[in-house]
Design a protein around this ligand. Structure first.
Ligand SMILES: [Zn+2]
Length: 87
């Protein structure tokens, strides 16, 4: 049985293994590649389009029970692309 999670970029449901987890901690969003960090997690596809949609969206992120600022979301996307990443 495969765990299904919802991408907070495109809103589609997908097997957890195809998504990237991140968590909200201390006012920031942090990638959680090992899926071990405590805190409220949310999920994104690996596709840049989903990352851009996540940065551009408005309103609360239900799975995080928070409304991260656009800059905070952009910082997460940059982190997901690695240290040299550009959102
Ligand atoms: Zn997506």
């Amino acid at each position: 049985m495969t765990a299904i999670r919802t991408c907070v970029g495109c809103g589609a449901r997908a097997p957890r293994a195809t998504l990237l987890r991140f968590v909200a901690r201390d006012g920031a969003l942090r990638p959680d590649p090992a899926m071990r960090l405590a805190g409220r997690g949310a999920w994104l596809h690996r596709e840049p389009a989903c990352h851009a949609a996540f940065v551009a969206r408005r309103g609360a992120i239900r799975s995080l029970r928070a409304t991260p600022a656009r800059a905070v979301r952009a910082a997460l996307v940059a982190a997901l692309h690695g240290p040299e990443g550009r959102a």
